[in-house]
Design a binder for this molecule. Structure first.
Ligand SMILES: *[C@@H]1O[C@H](CO)[C@@H](O)[C@H](O)[C@H]1NC(C)=O
Ligand SMILES: *[C@@H]1O[C@H](CO)[C@@H](O)[C@H](O)[C@H]1NC(C)=O
Ligand SMILES: *[C@@H]1O[C@H](CO)[C@@H](O)[C@H](O)[C@H]1NC(C)=O
Ligand SMILES: *[C@@H]1O[C@H](CO)[C@@H](O)[C@H](O)[C@H]1NC(C)=O
Ligand SMILES: *[C@@H]1O[C@H](CO)[C@@H](O)[C@H](O)[C@H]1NC(C)=O
Ligand SMILES: *[C@@H]1O[C@H](CO)[C@@H](O)[C@H](O)[C@H]1NC(C)=O
Ligand SMILES: *[C@@H]1O[C@H](CO)[C@@H](O)[C@H](O)[C@H]1NC(C)=O
Ligand SMILES: *[C@@H]1O[C@H](CO)[C@@H](O)[C@H](O)[C@H]1NC(C)=O
Ligand SMILES: *[C@@H]1O[C@H](CO)[C@@H](O)[C@H](O)[C@H]1NC(C)=O
Ligand SMILES: *[C@@H]1O[C@H](CO)[C@@H](O)[C@H](O)[C@H]1NC(C)=O
Ligand SMILES: *[C@@H]1O[C@H](CO)[C@@H](O)[C@H](O)[C@H]1NC(C)=O
Ligand SMILES: *[C@@H]1O[C@H](CO)[C@@H](O)[C@H](O)[C@H]1NC(C)=O
Length: 754
């Protein structure tokens, strides 16, 4: 057994004690509640097979992680299958071939009829519990990390889960009663017998006959019976009716169940284009009938409806905090997310705005609307961003505009227009051809349509197609006018200044200074102006002429910065923007540890902003549980960063407003930062990704650049843009020095979250 595993188990011993302690705390907090659940209590979180979004469904680790990261009264869900000798195991599918190593142990698959359909595979009815001793649980959902498959997670019985993990609540789902009956095995007997030995809080089934067969026996008990609805047009085997038609007679359901479990789209339907439709009255109808309603199919790593902007907490909130109803519980593969939603994010007054960290947009709310458009900026403002940003580009006629890229191919439909002929290769900017802002006039650019960015296109995760071509591009002047007199600071980012000066005689720095002055952002303004560049010469120029806050952008992943480089940066910048990877380095999307670059920079009085935060789960390390708030929180609470640069400012400001941040030491477990490297520790040697060479250390030569040269030529323009003296600056791209370093991840475990 690897060392990390035994450590893990050791921590779990502590866990059992803590869970008991937490339960008693929770039960003493009885306050009048705003919840629109049937009971008026907060909704429950049900962890499907444990934290099955990370560890194999129904594994010990999955259940343990769910207990640590969820509400104190989390309910552990077990899909019960019966073995040949009548024991009940927790396994997510009827077919054991699906998420276990059984096909390496046995080779005789069987073909059985299940609900009228033939199914081939390995079935528990053909194996005794003993036969399954050497069969291990594996990740059955192939889009999830299979890196934990080497852990030899044993198949657990229902009693194992109850006794080893001592969950505050246990939910048994009996998906297939009729199938086991056909094989002469009785679910009823098993369920009745196990519930005499362990406390079972909920028993669900999509089969009416099964629930009816046990109703009388559970009448006097605290165990609740739940009728599970499958897809609307699936046939319920007992009544031979569709689930849809059974939904129309909840009085009937009430005769054998006290609650229903429905797929989430029964409540908030999503159309085939992934847009949310108006909610149904299922919850209200069921509540009127006295039935509790649980909603299933919550997972952070599947495409959500566009209406949620890839924010899974937003999705949860629409089920529990919509002003009209609340479901009574959420069944999720990622139980941390509904836990946060219920405990920290529901029923917030919009007013409670926190102050830190600073929330800086990236091309406006570019996760929601096309980058740098009027509506993207408005959205960022409405979402409570502190700072909106303009990446300044120059047009052919010298107008400064805001656009995420100097290449119009990124962010506009230019290739579909006649301007496609203006494509050029300019090696100082990029090795491949582009259509650059300085090859079109402002009037020409205004005829282009902005296009929403899709950084996760490779994963078929798109941003809202309804807004694909929405909005219009802002000039810098428009941008400043928009921000003026709003409680907003502006960040102006300047790249390619040297090329523009040398080759085109355009001075971006002067253009920006003039535009700011003309827009009334002079030195006396109450509104803060930040200038960001990865070129020190640009910042030095601003330092000479203005007293704006200067942000040095380090555009490479680094693991450290040496003292002389920091000393140098201090000469011309107040703040530094670094990448996420520089704070928490990753290997194949697993955190390998944490650097101390943030505190090092801060100890030199440099403010540290981190880019780039995105809601799409594929942009986040596994360690953050596909939850953008867990990621943000880990950077803020774990690394102490001062500001977040994000495509989705609304998610960052919602994070900042959440109630749990104000709880100080009593912060719940799910509002603690993750332990970097903890998940990596659980990966067994043969599944570890190959070690990567560490990121380099920033040195003085990486920062150093000769000062900008003075004016060399005069230029004429045809437009009304601000055109001022050009500047030149030899390019500097000293290679970051890479020092070999033995990687030692911290011994901290996931469970150190406790
Ligand atoms: C596992 O189950 C899922 C969901 O039922 C199914 O889509 C998938 O094809 C199954 N995989 C295997 C190997 O049986
Ligand atoms: C199944 O495995 C056994 C023992 O490993 C082997 O003798 C047998 O030929 C295999 N059967 C098939 C159908 O592969
Ligand atoms: C179930 O039991 C019946 C009667 O004892 C027997 O005829 C039938 O073959 C059994 N079925 C299975 C799948 O074992
Ligand atoms: C179920 O209903 C369908 C159509 O409503 C009918 O054709 C079929 O015979 C029924 N089956 C049983 C077992 O009652
Ligand atoms: C609904 O179910 C109840 C109880 O089973 C039954 O009495 C009633 O006739 C059903 N109503 C309809 C419209 O099917
Ligand atoms: C979801 O978004 C679409 C497109 O923006 C909009 O038409 C629809 O009304 C939204 N749905 C809900 C329930 O708000
Ligand atoms: C917002 O804050 C103000 C001042 O602190 C207070 O008067 C107001 O009631 C608050 N509104 C809400 C909705 O909390
Ligand atoms: C784009 O502008 C650059 C710099 O002025 C110039 O060298 C290039 O020829 C222009 N390309 C086109 C297609 O206009
Ligand atoms: C702004 O401040 C800088 C440095 O403090 C000063 O040199 C410059 O003249 C000021 N500009 C204006 C317009 O006041
Ligand atoms: C940082 O700023 C504080 C107060 O402004 C000052 O006391 C301290 O010496 C500064 N530290 C460094 C390393 O510049
Ligand atoms: C640039 O223009 C200024 C006046 O606008 C003039 O004094 C200067 O000589 C010009 N420089 C060159 C290099 O043409
Ligand atoms: C240039 O500016 C002048 C004065 O501000 C204005 O009258 C003129 O219409 C502008 N021309 C263009 C092309 O915007």
């Amino acid at each position: 057994m690897p060392v990390s595993r035994s450590l893990f188990l050791l921590f779990l011993l502590h866990l059992a004690v803590l869970v008991v302690a937490r339960r008693s705390i929770a039960s003493s907090e009885k306050i009048t509640s705003p919840w629109q659940t049937l009971s008026g209590n907060a909704p429950l979180v049900i962890a499907k097979g444990g934290f099955s979004g990370i560890f194999p469904d129904s594994s010990y680790h999955a259940y343990a992680l769910a207990l640590i990261t969820s509400l104190p009264n989390v309910v552990l869900w077990c899909d019960v299958q019966l073995t040949k000798d009548g024991d009940g195991i927790c396994f997510p599918y009827l077919n054991l071939g699906n998420s276990s190593s059984i096909s390496y142990v046995f080779n005789d698959t069987k073909m059985y009829r299940v609900n009228g359909q033939l199914m081939e595979g390995f079935f528990s009815v053909d194996f005794t519990l003993d036969d399954l001793t050497n069969v291990y649980l594996t990740q059955g959902i192939y889009s999830r990390a299979n890196k934990f498959d080497g852990n030899m997670f044993k198949i657990l019985t229902v009693e194992d889960v109850a006794k080893q993990l001592k969950p505050p609540g246990l939910w048994l789902n009996i998906q297939h009663d009729a199938f086991f009956t056909q094989h002469n095995l009785s679910m009823r007997s098993f369920v009745l017998s196990v519930s005499r030995r362990v406390i079972v809080s909920y028993i669900s089934s999509p089969e009416v006959a099964f629930l009816r067969s046990i109703t009388a026996r559970f009448k006097q008990s605290t165990t609740k019976l739940v009728f599970r609805f499958l897809r609307a047009d699936d046939i319920e085997p007992t009544t031979n009716q569709t689930y849809d038609s059974i939904l129309k007679n909840l009085t009937f359901v009430k005769t054998f169940a006290s609650a229903i479990l429905v797929p989430k789209n029964y409540i908030w339907p999503v159309n085939t284009d992934l847009y949310l439709q108006p909610h149904t009255s299922v919850v209200l109808n069921a509540h009127r009938e006295g039935l509790e309603v649980f909603a299933s199919d919550f997972a952070n790593d599947v495409p959500l409806s566009y209406n949620y902007s890839y924010d899974p907490i937003k999705e949860c909130l629409s089920f529990i905090d919509n002003g009209k109803f609340s479901v009574d519980g959420i069944l999720s593969d990622f139980p941390i997310t509904p836990s946060e939603a219920i405990d920290c994010f529901a029923h917030l007054s919009t007013n409670s705005s926190g102050k830190a960290p600073l929330v800086i947009s990236h091309n406006g709310a570019s996760g929601i609307y096309p980058s740098s458009t009027d509506i993207a900026y408005k959205q960022a403002f409405d979402d409570g961003a502190d700072v909106i940003d303009c990446a300044v580009q120059m047009t052919q006629d010298g107008v400064s505009i805001c656009l995420g890229s100097i290449n119009l191919m990124d962010g506009t439909n230019v290739v579909q227009t006649d301007f496609n002929s203006r494509s050029t290769t300019i090696r100082q900017i990029q090795p491949i051809p582009g259509i650059f802002t300085f090859n079109l006039t402002w009037e020409e650019i205004k005829t282009l349509k902005p296009v929403i960015s899709n950084p996760s296109r490779d994963f078929a995760l798109y941003r809202n197609p309804a807004y694909k071509y929405a909005g219009s591009i802002f000039s810098l002047k428009d941008f400043l006018a928009f921000a003026k007199d709003k409680p907003l600071s502006v960040l102006i980012s300047i790249e390619n200044a040297a090329y523009l000066a040398e080759s085109l005689g355009l001075s971006v720095t002067n253009a920006v200074i003039d535009a700011l002055n003309q827009s009334g952002y002079n030195n006396q303004t109450n509104q803060k102006v930040m200038i960001q560049s990865s070129n020190r010469s640009v910042l030095i120029k601003f330092k000479e002429k203005t007293n704006y806050q200067l942000v040095y952008k380090i555009d490479e992943d680094i693991r450290d910065a040496d003292d002389s480089s920091i000393k140098d940066i201090k000469q011309f910048a107040h703040s530094v923007a670094i990448t996420k990877e520089s704070v928490f380095p990753t290997n194949q999307l697993f955190l390998t540890g944490a650097t101390n670059i943030v505190s090092k920079l801060q100890s030199s009085n440099l403010t540290v902003y981190v880019y780039l935060f995105r809601n799409e789960f594929v942009s986040q390390a596994w360690d953050f549980f596909s939850d953008p708030v867990v990621e943000i929180n880990s950077f803020v609470m774990g690394a102490g960063i001062d500001g977040i640069i994000t495509d989705f400012p609304g998610t960052a400001t919602a994070y900042r407003n959440n109630k749990c941040l104000k709880m100080g030491k009593n912060k719940p477990y799910y509002m603690n930062p993750v332990e970097p490297g903890a998940l990596m520790q659980v990966i067994t040697a043969e599944f570890l990704p190959p070690a990567e060479s560490p990121n380099p250390v920033l040195t003085e030569s990486d920062v150093a650049e000769p000062p900008l040269a003075s004016i060399t030529k005069n230029i004429t323009t045809t437009g009304n843009g601000t055109v001022a003296s050009p500047e030149t600056s030899p390019k500097s791209s000293g290679h970051l020095q890479s020092t070999a370093c033995v990687f030692l991840s911290s011994l901290g475990m996931l469970l150190l979250l406790l």
